[in-house]
Design a protein around this ligand. Structure first.
Ligand SMILES: [Zn+2]
Length: 358
């Protein structure tokens, strides 16, 4: 994700923090200053929000480490002002596994809340447990409430909340994945409308949540639609077979000529008949800046990403959605026979949907 800085690596997963995140601290500090007028109040607010985000990180690790048990890695976890985001390599396709992965986030918050409740009960600090306030004595209590809120909020049956995933997985045991996603998305959008209405007449925060849920539900339904269309469609049905290739000795000037003369932006690099690399647009432009038109393709090419003719298009799309991969080279018995890029898959999807509408 852009605008993020890495702050560490825990359990082998990179932890990023979004550039807008410090703004949250400024804002919280300001709010507590206005409300309490004391440095103590501001410190309370800042430490509260810091501890809260530690809880959010633990929640995300709940998802990530559970997914790991099913052999699914996590690319990174990013902290946004609105919460955390664990970027799993893929979602479990098995509904039972999806339910467990989704539940283990909120379960972490429930566990934290229970632990704090026990601590407060043992130390007698929970006497006024029904009165959350800004007093430092109630710090643990506030964290306890916040964790209960996190667990409940995340279990709302709406994408992109964990509850939406649980609902979809439960429905897909009876309906099939696409139908289940459509229905779950519709339920989520119904809930978003309700929040929106409540938000109009009351808390504006609900309005924000409504937009968040509406957009999330639509995106999830769209992604699932696409995945279904590409599932079990072999690469050979959508690959580009009419393309230009460069050789390692080609100049960057040759790459420029081919780019301007046609629509191809990324090129496979062939040494005779052997695929040795890929020269993508970004690398060509960087090469032009450093070496000019006389630069050589061999100096700027990168390792090719390869797939076979029978590979499934859905898997290739997943690969192309990672920022570094712009072009996948299709090999048949060691020979380059085609290319697949994101534009071509989009084209394929548009054609499929036109045929379906007929
Ligand atoms: Zn979660």
């Amino acid at each position: 994700m852009g605008w993020s800085a890495k702050i560490g690596r825990i359990f082998g997963i990179d932890l990023y923090i979004h550039a807008t995140f410090p703004l949250l601290f400024v804002w919280v500090g300001f709010v507590y200053w206005v409300q309490t007028g004391t440095l103590e109040g501001v410190l309370f607010g800042l430490s509260f929000i810091a501890v809260l985000f530690v809880c959010v990180v633990l929640h995300e690790y709940g998802h990530a480490l559970t997914a790991r048990r099913y052999g699914i890695g996590t690319r990174h976890i990013t902290l946004l002002p609105i919460g955390g985001l664990a970027m799993l390599e893929r979602m479990p396709k098995e509904p039972r596994q999806e339910i467990v992965v989704a539940l283990m986030g909120p379960a972490v918050n429930v566990a934290i809340a229970l632990a704090l409740f026990l601590v407060l009960a043992v130390t007698g600090g929970g006497g006024e447990i029904m009165e959350p306030s800004l007093m430092p004595a109630n710090f643990l209590q506030s964290v306890l409430y916040a964790n209960i809120f996190l667990a409940v909020f995340n279990m709302l049956p709406a994408f992109p909340m964990d509850g939406g995933r649980v609902l979809r997985a439960a429905l897909s045991m009876r309906l099939g994945r696409l139908q289940a996603t459509r229905l779950a998305a519709r339920i989520g959008q119904g809930l978003a409308l309700l929040f929106g209405l409540l938000g109009l007449f009351g808390n504006p925060l609900l309005l924000l949540i409504a937009i968040f849920v509406w957009v999330g539900a639509a995106a999830e339904a769209g992604a699932s639609e696409i995945e279904t269309r590409l599932h079990r469609k072999p690469v050979s049905r959508a690959m580009i077979t009419d393309f230009h290739a460069l050789s390692p000795d080609s100049t960057l000037g040759r790459a420029v000529d081919l780019t301007l003369a046609g629509t191809q932006k990324d090129f496979p690099v062939l040494d005779g008949h052997r695929l040795v690399g890929v020269a993508n647009q970004g690398a060509i432009l960087r090469g032009l800046r450093d070496h000019g038109l006389e630069g050589r393709v061999a100096d700027i090419m990168s390792d090719p990403v390869i797939a076979g003719l029978d590979d499934d298009l859905a898997g290739l799309l997943e690969n192309l959605q990672q920022e570094e991969t712009r072009l996948i080279c299709i090999l048949d018995r060691g020979q380059l026979v085609g290319l697949v890029n994101i534009d071509n898959i989009s084209e394929f999807l548009r054609i499929q949907s036109a045929l379906q509408d007929r």
